[in-house]
Design a binder for this molecule. Structure first.
Ligand code: DX5
Ligand code: ZN
Length: 220
């Protein structure tokens, strides 16, 4: 299991320090929640912020775009140094083209689904994805309660991936804690995003250990 801490819950006034601290604590990924005030109510960071922090960090930048028409910014995020670019299926009219463009620019590609969006949306693009993101809260805010049906959705997606012989990662985002990490990993999750349940509980190395211990206890 990979833990990708959501910077949405970090100290925005000290992002460089936060990234250094994550790396020092043994984390390997950082999750950027990019919000445009349209797809979701909040506004967070844009490509220039990611680009300037790229110089500060060797972490894998997992960039979750919660913006309308994300195809407008693929190049900007490639230039900013995103390693993985995740777009929402609900925000893309031509999802296949957007996925192809992200890959053409050398980034890994993920597609996110809102809680109500069926897995069928991924039917014809799944083979092209490095990661599928199951939202386990309605996007827009940190600190919301986990939607329990996300566990079944994870299990069903894992079955699809295995039956096709793919290596697509499954990421779960929203309300993830050490309490539900075990059942999510048992259901097939590979990458867990955590914002509030991670950053509110320093030191980070210890919190990482709590998540990893929970994941290791996973039972199918
Ligand atoms: C929700 C974001 C999540 C969020 C997770 O809109 O996509 O990444 O920050 O935060 P927690 O873990 O607090 O639910
Ligand atoms: Zn996110």
């Amino acid at each position: 299991m990979i833990l990708s801490p959501s910077l949405l819950s970090s100290n925005f006034g000290a992002l460089a320090t936060e990234l250094h601290d994550l790396e020092r604590a043994g984390l390997s990924w950082a999750h950027w929640d990019i919000m445009d005030g349209l797809f979701v109510p909040n506004i967070t960071f844009g490509p220039p912020v990611v680009k300037s922090l790229r110089k500060e960090s060797g972490l894998f930048f997992d960039v979750h775009l919660m913006i309308v028409q994300p195809e407008r910014y693929i190049e900007a995020f490639a230039d900013a140094g995103a390693d993985m670019l995740v777009v929402h299926a609900e925000a893309c009219t031509h999802l296949e083209r957007t996925v192809a463009e992200i890959r053409r620019l050398g980034m890994q590609c993920g597609v996110a689904l809102n809680p109500h969006t069926p897995l069928d949306c991924l039917e014809y693009v799944l083979d092209e994805l490095d990661m599928a993101l199951i939202m386990s809260v309605n996007p827009g805010f940190g600190g919301q309660a986990f939607l329990p049906f996300s566990v079944r959705k994870t299990r069903e997606l894992k079955e699809k991936i295995v039956s096709r012989g793919l290596r697509t990662l499954i990421q779960i985002d929203g309300g993830v804690t050490p309490e539900n990490a075990g059942e999510l990993v048992a259901a097939g999750a590979d990458v867990l995003v955590s914002g509030s349940a991670f950053f509110k509980f320093p030191p980070y190395a210890e919190r990482l250990r709590a998540f990893m211990t929970a994941a290791a206890g996973a039972k199918a």
